[in-house]
Write a protein that binds this ligand. Structure first.
Ligand code: SAH
Length: 382
């Protein structure tokens, strides 16, 4: 987008105030909101809780809607704070029911969320950063580099805004942090945003239904467990240190062994397991020897493996293995008592599949604009 280049870049911290100096009230967790309202507005705890409920349970758009807070406080709120929302830019619908939402942020950058219906489940895949710093070689989001961290409001608004525009009777059942970005690299904002998702006074999701997916920022894995009771998914993607280093630079910082040690220590509730994502790349990590090494690596970890056949794209020469290879790999793991499933790729026609967010969306977006432009001009679709 033009805006990307012309607007001065501001950090997430700088964006906590708008151009009038009003604070982004949705980037406060409840304790900070309470403190701010007491200190700055002379309000009390009850006011803060009612405001918090109003913005996160009822999606209030203006302080006038918060009618259980006294008028003079509402007036002060309107002067000193604003209620942030993501600006919807485009919604792309896949033939398979997957929906991709593109949002514009306050500084003109864009992010994406993907809604995936799957039987009884309605899973929302959300972003935690604009771009990503991890530079995994196979992932297109990595090509963007890290543009900036998302604010608390920008993370927590994704489920709020999508949830509120679903048809009557439908609701988001699961949230996965598998969109753009490395969630544990935006740790404090992630934790606060997920608290807002979990809090019964806010979005009230069950901790059993929220999964944080990471490349494996080792020290953060233990910290996450201390802070929140959510599920963990680890993008392992390789069966040895040397192999993983080739595709995931983070491996030079934290070895596979250190990563798995952190996973062994990760406290899991009864019946829970850590998901290990394994992107399958043809001729690279798809042999039965890889499968054997994977079984050995994951010994002693309560693990289930999710095999993701690579989503091919024009920007990479990488290929997905043949279906038979993927199935043989899975059967080999299962034969050695390792729980393994194959992820069905969703939303490929709208570039919503794993690893396609960010860069590819621009192309999808261009295609969408082209379609709309041709439509307006009365031209047939290409
Ligand atoms: N940074 C986090 C969250 C992103 S999740 C993480 O790495 O876990 C994105 C998932 O999609 C990761 O498991 C990644 O390995 C996988 N992925 C990335 N590009 C892919 C592609 N082109 N095809 C299939 N999976 C891909």
């Amino acid at each position: 987008m033009e805006l990307d280049r012309t607007m001065p870049r501001r950090s997430a911290r700088q964006l906590l105030k708008d151009e009038h100096g009003r604070v982004d009230i949705k980037s406060f967790d409840l304790p900070s909101l309470t403190r701010w309202m007491v200190d700055e507005l002379g309000a009390n705890e009850g006011h803060a809780l009612r405001l918090y409920k109003s913005i996160w349970q009822h999606g209030a758009r203006s302080f006038d809607e918060v009618d259980d807070v006294a008028k003079p406080i509402r007036k002060l709120l309107a002067e000193r704070a604003y209620i942030a929302f993501l600006t919807p830019m485009t919604v792309l619908r896949s033939e398979d029911g997957t929906v991709k939402y593109l949002w514009t942020l306050e500084d003109g950058l864009t992010i994406e969320s993907v809604l995936i219906p799957d039987g009884e489940r309605l899973t929302l895949c959300i972003s935690s950063q604009v771009g990503c710093a991890m530079a995994c070689t196979f992932c297109l989001t990595g090509d963007l580099g890290l543009k900036r961290q998302l604010k608390i409001s920008e993370i927590a608004n994704q489920p709020l805004q999508i949830g509120r525009q679903l048809p009557e009777g439908e609701r988001i059942t699961n949230i996965v942090l598998m969109g753009m970005g490395e969630p544990l690299h935006n740790f404090e904002n992630l934790v606060s945003a997920l608290e807002i998702c979990l809090d019964e006074n806010a979005q009230n999701f069950s901790h059993r239904k929220i999964t944080v997916s990471t490349v494996g920022l080792v020290p953060r894995i233990a910290e996450l467990a201390e802070r929140l009771p959510v599920n963990l998914a680890v993008s392992l993607n390789a069966s040895s240190d040397a192999q993983r280093r080739e595709i995931m630079p983070i491996t030079s910082k934290y070895s596979v062994e250190e990563l798995l040690e952190a996973c062994r220590k990760f406290p899991l509730r009864r019946g829970k397991m850590i998901t290990f994502e394994y992107v399958m790349l043809k001729g690279f990590n798809d042999s039965l020897e890889d499968a054997d090494r994977l079984v050995d690596l994951l010994a002693g970890v309560r693990a289930k493996v999710n095999l993701i056949p690579y989503n091919e794209n024009p920007d990479r020469d990488l290929k997905r293995p043949a279906d038979e290879t993927v199935v043989a790999f899975q059967e080999h793991l299962v034969g050695r008592h390792l729980n393994a499933t194959i992820r069905v790729s969703r939303g490929r026609d709208i570039s919503a599949a794993c690893g396609q967010l960010g860069k590819a969306s621009r192309r999808a977006l261009d295609a969408e604009w082209l379609r709309v432009a041709r439509d307006i001009a009365g031209l047939p679709a290409l």
